[in-house]
Ligand binder design. Structure first.
Ligand code: 1GP
Length: 245
């Protein structure tokens, strides 16, 4: 039986060694299965260390197939990043078991999580408890729309720190600071800095990051893992960085 904490322990150990991690987020609704092999090649030759699969709403019923195809082409760990329990696939390696800490909608605080349990019981997925904090980013994002919750004020870092600390006390193993997919403004660097200094668990940062500089700035501010979705979706050569630096 595989060690159920394997991927989490690897993330922790990278944090302890100050090795920064990078996840490519693939939204099944935006993927053409015929192009997965090419995408996987691009990911393999990129600095990515993880693949996240999911989205706020996923209509296409291709998650299993997508992950199977990815696994034929890459050995990077595949983590589910689900908007709801319908996006759980036993083909992945792990699931970010999300709690939307910034919102006050019980569906995203406990209802979906309870409903996910019988599905998870039929899988061998590593479950990684993740406090998910949505930060205001200039325009309404899909997370906001789908979860019917307000993001947190980007000017009020202290309250975000307090929320992240509450997540850690609750037992979240990761804290994810999210500006939202395609966000106009990414999570403020000062906020990343304050949050990462206030908690022991690794900090994931995503949403609206679309240049190498923005990735490096997030790392320098304390992000342990940066997530890139839209930038790679729009340009599969994004990780060549030459024209983006
Ligand atoms: C969204 O954090 C991820 O959930 C990635 O955002 O698509 O803006 O890179 P982008």
């Amino acid at each position: 039986m595989k060690n159920k904490q394997m991927l989490y322990n690897a993330i922790l150990s990278a944090k302890n060694k100050n090795q920064k991690l990078l996840a490519v987020l693939l939204d099944p609704d935006k993927i053409v299965l015929d192009e997965v092999a090419v995408l996987a090649d691009k990911i393999n030759s990129s600095p990515a260390t993880h693949i996240f699969v999911g989205g706020s709403i996923v209509e296409a019923d291709i998650i299993d197939e997508l992950i199977v195809l990815l696994k034929q082409k890459t050995s990077l760990p595949i983590l589910l990043f689900p908007g709801n329990p319908s996006q759980i696939s036993s083909k992945a390696d792990a699931i970010l078991f999300l709690t939307l800490l910034s919102g006050r909608n019980p569906d995203y605080l406990i209802e979906h999580q309870v409903n996910a349990v019988p599905i998870l019981k039929r899988t061998n997925l590593e479950v990684i408890s993740t406090g998910y904090i949505l930060i205001e980013s200039g325009t309404q994002t899909a997370v906001e729309r789908v979860s019917k919750t307000d993001p947190m004020d980007r000017e009020n870092s202290d309250y975000v720190v307090q929320t992240a600390q509450a997540g850690e006390y609750i037992g979240n193993k990761l804290i994810y600071l999210e500006a939202g997919s395609g966000a106009k403004n990414a999570v403020p660097l000062e906020m990343i800095r304050k949050v990462s200094k206030s908690i022991q668990v690794p900090v994931i940062v995503g949403g609206g990051i679309r240049s190498k500089k923005a990735i490096d700035d997030a790392y320098d501010s304390g992000a342990d893992l940066v997530v890139i979705g839209t930038a790679f979706e729009n340009d599969p050569n994004f990780f060549n960085f030459s024209t983006h630096a």
